[in-house]
Design a protein around this ligand. Structure first.
Ligand SMILES: [Fe+2]
Ligand SMILES: [Fe+2]
Length: 351
């Protein structure tokens, strides 16, 4: 049963007839009167926006001004007044709440006409396209990552494990509310983007990636360029975290890393998290030139490098949640115990 939340100034009977035949309460819809006040909210729309806004009986623009932004708002108002545009508008709205993942809705606004052709109100339809958008965006980059992995010998499930560790650290920091920038979007992004940390190796020559011995100083210089190459590859990714991680996951807290010898807080937080995750996993992996470290040995090595290679606050988190790292390692262990040589083990400066 559709509910009209307030009387319309226009012909109510006509309006109710439209409601009766034109609506589907299972769809996320709202109905605006001619003054753009929200008069009807479908149950699906209520649940879609419940964590973002209180929308019943409010002026449309009071609620949706922020996700529209000034420029889009102007276009929307023009469109609703424009016979050429059918008094309609469609676009994507970005809904934010610091405690929730950002919600994206494909939004369509169409007018209702009275018998005398005046505008009686508007039907606004929302489709949640958050997952569709993220999947489409990430599929392209995942393909590039797969191509990079083919070139860089197969590093097994290293990227996936780095993703799990990084997400775990971010979740812990979010729970402690230590960094305001860590919100559900940050966690969602670091989970995906930490996997991309070495995507720039797609531009590193094979003879360096696959060299079965120590690299010369010149070869190291070329290897280090994977951070810059990764940043180029990810330059079109809409979230800056992609570039931050690719560029800065080999920087050191004390300024001893590469490519720019950034120091302390100058290194983006996302990269400081991924560095710890990446090194832990690299230590646990068996290489042709090193044995597999035990969990305790890997943690000890990282603790010893707190404040030199690693951000001490991230190392403190690691010391709190290190058991979950071991669990992730054991759950997503590579079946082949002998990992191929990978010259980009992030221990090139001796942890
Ligand atoms: Fe790297
Ligand atoms: Fe790595």
């Amino acid at each position: 049963m559709l509910e009209v939340q307030a009387p319309f100034s226009a012909d109510r009977k006509e309006f109710e007839a439209i409601l009766k035949f034109g609506q589907n309460p299972r769809l996320a819809q709202i109905i605006l009167d001619g003054n753009l006040i929200i008069r009807y909210t479908s149950p699906a729309a209520l649940s879609l926006f419940t964590d973002y806004y209180r929308i019943q009986s409010k002026p449309f623009f009071n609620v949706f001004r922020q996700p529209l932004g000034t420029a889009e708002l102007r276009i929307l108002i023009m469109s609703l007044k424009s016979p050429e545009r059918g008094f309609s508008w469609s676009g994507t709205l970005v809904h934010k709440n610091p405690n929730m993942r950002t919600l994206l809705t494909r939004t369509v606004i169409n007018p209702f006409f009275a018998a005398n052709r005046s505008i009686l109100g508007y039907l606004v339809h929302f489709e949640d396209v958050t997952d569709k958008y993220n999947t489409r965006l990430r599929t392209t980059f995942s393909s590039i990552l797969e191509a990079a992995k083919l070139k860089d010998n197969d590093t097994g499930k290293h990227n996936e494990r780095v993703s799990y560790y990084s997400k775990r650290i971010a979740e812990y920091l979010h729970g402690k509310q230590l960094y305001p920038q860590i919100d559900p979007d940050f966690i969602d992004n670091i989970e995906f983007l930490s996997m991309m940390h070495d995507v720039g190796k797609i531009g590193t020559p094979d003879y360096i990636l696959q060299k079965p011995g120590k690299l010369t100083e010149l070869e190291w210089d070329i290897m280090r360029e994977h951070t810059i190459n990764g940043t180029f590859i990810l330059s079109s990714y809409p979230n800056p975290m992609a570039k931050e991680i690719a560029l800065s996951h080999h920087e050191w807290w004390n300024g001893g890393g590469y490519p720019f010898r950034l120091e302390g807080d100058m290194i983006p937080l996302s990269a400081r998290i991924v560095t710890v995750a990446d090194v832990y996993d690299a230590l646990r992996m068996k290489r042709t030139y090193k044995l597999e470290y035990t969990h305790e040995e890997a943690i000890d090595r990282i603790l010893a490098a707190s404040g030199t290679q690693f951000d001490p606050s991230i190392v403190r988190v690691l010391s709190e949640i290190h058991e979950s790292f071991n669990e992730i390692w054991n759950s997503f262990r590579d079946s082949d115990a002998s990992e191929p040589y990978n010259a980009d083990i992030p221990l090139d400066y001796d942890v």
